[in-house]
Structure formats: C-alpha cells, structure tokens
Design a protein around this ligand. Sequence first.
Ligand SMILES: [Zn+2]
Length: 278
Amino acid sequence: MGDVFISLVSPPQERREPVLWFIFRGRKILVMEEDNVPAIPSLNDIDELGLEPIRRQYLGTMCGQHCYAVEFPESSEAPKGMVFHGLRGLHGYLKESLYSIAIRAIHVIDWDRTHKFCSQCGEKTVSRSDMRAKECPRCGFISFPRISPAVIVLVKQKNKVLLARAQRFKEELYSVIAGFVEPGETLEEVVRREVKEEAGIDVKDIRYFGSQPWPFPDSLMIAFTAEYAGGEISVDGTEILDARWFEYDKLPHIPGKISIARELIDWFVSKQEKKKKH
Ligand SMILES: [Zn+2]
C-alpha cells in the first residue's frame, strides 16, 4: 500500500482525528522542525496556532487523514517550533507524497484568492460543492482552477543534447527548450514551434516523456523528447542568449533535481552511458 491521496471538495461534517494543515504565507509553507526534518503540522484545529487564516480550502484525504489548505496574512509570525519555508527548497526533504499535496494546496489557495469575483460580470462567486469550481450566481459563469500547459523538450542528435541559456534564468545555466501552449495548438505543434523559435532548428520523432505540475504559479509541464531533423542553431539574443549542442559527458551548469528538465537530461545521460558500456 502506497500513500493514497483522494481529492475531495466537500469538507467532512464532523471529525475527531487531527488534520494535516498545508499553511501558506505568500509562497512559503509552515512546517514543524523535528530534528531538522520538516513535517506538515497535524492538529485538531487551526486555532491551536493562535493565528487567523485569510482563507481555507478542503483538499481531500491522505491515507484517510483530512487535508486542508490555508492562507495566513503576510504579517504572520511562525509559531514556536515551526518555520515558514520556501516550497521549492523543501523538495527532497518533505516526503514526496506530502510535497505533491503541498503543490496542490498552493495552487488551490492561489485560485481561491484570484477568483473571488466573476470574470464575466463582476459578481461575487460562490464555491460549488460537487466540483472544484466557482460559480457566478448572477450569470452562471463557472471558473475552474487555472492550469497553464507548457511543453518542455529535450532535442538530441546522436550523443549530443541541445541546451539553451534563457535570459529569464537567474543563474548562468543551460536547460532544455520550454514554452507555453497557445490557443488552438497541438502539443506536437508547440514542440516544433518552440524549438524553431528558440534555437532555429527543426525536429522530428517527437515522443511523450512525462509531466509535472509546476505551481509557480500554475503551469503543467508536459515533457517530450525529439530528434534533430535539420537546420543551423540560431538564437534571438534577447529571450535566448545562447544555444548549443553539448556532449552528454561535457554538460554545462544544468537545472536542479526538482525539475522535469533535469529528469529529461538525466534520462539522456544515463541512456548514453549505457550505450557506451555495450
Ligand atoms: Zn457573472
């Protein structure tokens, strides 16, 4: 039996057991620090913390335990023995199953905060009890949590991989090509368009690799691999500063373990290493 999370919308009428509270202050989550191991607070009532939440959303159950997402005001101080921790920095420290609920929690909190009013007529919205949605009592418009699909693609050519340095990267690192889906595009079209726009080359043999929710703020990364099909590398010099073919064993500074970008690169490297052995 693994950790089973069941997504639910209607909170329990009554309960006796403690609840897992995914509490956010801005982009930071409140964790207990036990022997330097972060844990999600498990309490009967949020009032025990002595802090007044701005909003709360029921998320569902984790191995039968109820889970709530909560937002505290920016001015909140962490209670004794607890700390507000950056969500990204917790990856690898918090149990994987709890980390993925935390990602879900901040996404739901963000959505609750940004959809208080109908985007069609401006009326105050009400939450639906049968699905994660808000409905306008005046015009009936329904809004769901916004999820912005983006593709991310590793382009390969024999033992080389195409990596680019984007202007948006804070550090000087190289990564695979990524970009948002536009209305009306298939995912394969986005892959071809983004690689052409960012690196000036054509690709073929596009294959699905995997996906990752990325709530910074609301992306769903959909990863692919593709083969080089033709063209010379050229970059615009503004959005993309540099793009090159790198041999698998001579890689530059690449993204950290949290990202699916890194998963793609690691997959490529291990494939090449196996090939070399045989
Ligand atoms: Zn409306």
